[in-house]
Ligand binder design. Sequence first.
Ligand SMILES: O=C(O)CCC(=O)C(=O)O
Ligand SMILES: [Fe+2]
Length: 233
Amino acid sequence: MNHDICRCISLKADGYPADFTFYPNFFSHEEQRLLLSAALHKLDMSENRKVRRRQRELLASGTLKLLNSIEQVFLPDEYYTFEEGHYDNVIRRYREIHVSSWPDDQPELQRLLQRLQELHPPVPTQTHILHLASDGEIQPHVDNTEASGSWILGVSLGSPRGLRLENAEDPSDTFEMILPSGSVYIQRDSTRYNYKHSILLRGDVGLTRFNGGQRLSIMIRVRQNYLVHGILG
Ligand SMILES: O=C(O)CCC(=O)C(=O)O
Ligand SMILES: [Fe+2]
């Protein structure tokens, strides 16, 4: 069943816009848990001591329900320090961190990261973790063209949310789809530069409804100046 809705001019045979690739089930449930736990750990390391103590106390209290859903990997919202986002900020209610390295003593995690690397050209990248609160969202924007290059890869973990693409020149040209946990998308070239993207809080796409919930994305971008480094050594 195709839940995607599109009022845009051209879709590829796979039902997605040009220069957009989607892997709906890239990571299994267990792999999602591993990646999400590692990403949350990175973010939690930069929480202050008081917040970390409260997190530890909650975990030790045994009151958390041990359900198997991916959303249960998150603690309740009040155990995280989410930024509100300023008036000129497109992201609202989030935590974020730039990642320069992942733990190298977890071979399974390394294998998952390796599989992600195989999806994109072997060029220098920058990785960024973005955690949205249950009521967090990302408003329409084009990523800074000076900060990163022609493609952007996003791994979605946690609650499903809608992704909306909107032609920056023609607001009637839009595409909406659900990003389920464990999926990976890549936007490049025309989609990356000519379309604004947003992560929706709630809504419907086709027959599927999404309604908030914590979501964490691992964003991998090609460094803007890698060619210069390549040429100049
Ligand atoms: O979380 C996502 O999938 C998109 C994040 C995003 O748009 C950004 O970091 O610029
Ligand atoms: Fe973005």
